[in-house]
Design a protein around this ligand. Structure first.
Ligand code: ATP
Ligand code: MG
Length: 356
């Protein structure tokens, strides 16, 4: 699959922009604050309905405009499809596929697979568990429609349960209604737990070889799922914790508390790894994502690399650049020296200057 083109209207610092991409490597270079990341964000938004930096719709609309439009043509197996996104200041965004409006973001599922890699991703091992959960979820939601629906139901019920826990402190009689929520939470939550378990099992089969290659055979990596509870005991833990949850006014157990442990040669690198080890493991995780998508959909995802090359040493840069030869890639950077020095093959170069 590849993206043929994108058009922006009143999006971030772009008044209008129309770009045709190459199927191979596309480079966006320019000084800081010119609009390089904004282009990758627009691509990601069209594929997933969300900004990779978690921005709200109204923040992406060009200052002084009321709405913005993005149009993207995606080609999969020789068939070209059009995705339209219409961002509004106060209302929900409108999305259409080939001109037909869709109601749920889930309907975009399967049209486009993207892997976004930004400098923050290099800190995924060092940072808190929330980001490691996000890593698992972002990937799983792109690959597994059922997971996407179970996770969103779980999150919805978790919010409702937490709200109820707050209300119970004013109205203790509501306590009896918790049971109904707990059953639903356990049902969706167990599916999320099983989904993550299977995902990491499969990921382990991919990442080991990648990481071993990057580290010249010195490091053996292993991903270990650390669920806050297992699926069989989730319901009984929820009811066992009811009193405590009421006291703290939040749900203390469940997939929203899970973590992912990354071990290298048997050592937990979240706690004991050097910075370099943590960053290399993060790179391996990201590269594994590409191959995971390939295995699942029998096609390569599109890779968006936002300023990551400058964050890697020369060995790791080489490894990354050599692994992406069959993937459509959009790379942002401030200069072209890294590519020229390596004689790395670039298919198309865009110079980005003040939203042009
Ligand atoms: P860097 O190299 O520093 O990462 P960049 O080229 O990736 O820079 P972007 O993040 O793409 O820069 O764009 C930043 C520019 O977009 C800033 O100048 C900012 O003022 C502008 N910008 C952000 N949001 C909006 C908006 N809603 N309307 C207009 N301009 C915006
Ligand atoms: Mg940027």
């Amino acid at each position: 699959m590849y993206i043929e083109s994108i058009e922006l209207k009143n999006y971030r610092n772009y008044e209008t922009l129309s770009l045709n991409f190459d199927k191979g490597t596309n480079i966006f270079y320019g000084d800081n604050a010119q609009g390089k990341t904004n282009i990758l964000e627009a691509v990601y938004l069209c594929g997933t309905t969300k900004s990779h930096r978690g921005s709200k719709d109204r923040e992406m609309i060009k200052f002084d405009s009321d709405e913005s439009h993005i149009r993207m043509y995606v080609n999969k197996n020789g068939i070209s499809r059009r995705i339209d996104m219409h961002l509004k200041k106060t209302k929900a965004k409108g999305i259409a596929i080939d001109g037909i409006p869709i109601k749920k973001a889930g309907e975009l599922f399967g049209i486009l697979n993207l892997v976004f890699f930004s400098p923050e991703d290099l800190n995924i091992i060092k940072n808190g568990p929330g980001e490691r959960r996000r890593f698992m979820d972002l990937e799983l939601c792109q690959l597994n429609k059922l997971y996407l629906s179970n996770l969103s139901s779980y999150n919805r019920i978790l919010n409702q349960r937490n709200k109820l826990l707050k209300d119970i402190s004013f109205q203790p009689s509501l306590m009896s209604t918790l049971e109904v929520w707990d059953e639903q939470m356990a049902s969706y939550g167990s599916a999320v737990i099983e989904g993550r378990k299977a995902f990491l099992d499969e990921m382990n089969g991919i990442i080991e070889e990648i990481h071993s290659k990057i580290t010249g055979g010195k490091e053996k990596i292993e991903l270990i799922y650390e669920p806050s509870t297992d699926s069989e005991h989730f319901l009984s833990e929820l009811s066992g914790n009811r009193e405590k949850d009421c006291r703290f006014k939040m749900t203390s157990t469940g997939p929203h508390r899970d973590d992912l442990c990354v071990k290298i040669n048997g050592m937990d690198i979240r706690k004991y790894g050097s910075q370099g080890q943590q960053r290399t493991a993060a790179l391996s995780l990201k590269l594994s994502e590409i191959y995971m998508v390939k295995r699942k959909i029998k096609d390569m995802p599109i890779l968006l690399l936002d300023d990551v090359l400058s964050e890697l040493d020369s060995n790791r840069q080489n490894y990354l650049l050599n692994s992406i030869s069959q993937v459509q890639t959009m790379i942002t950077c401030t200069g072209l020296d890294d590519f020229i020095d390596r004689r790395f093959h670039i298919n198309k170069i865009f110079k980005v200057v003040e939203g042009n």
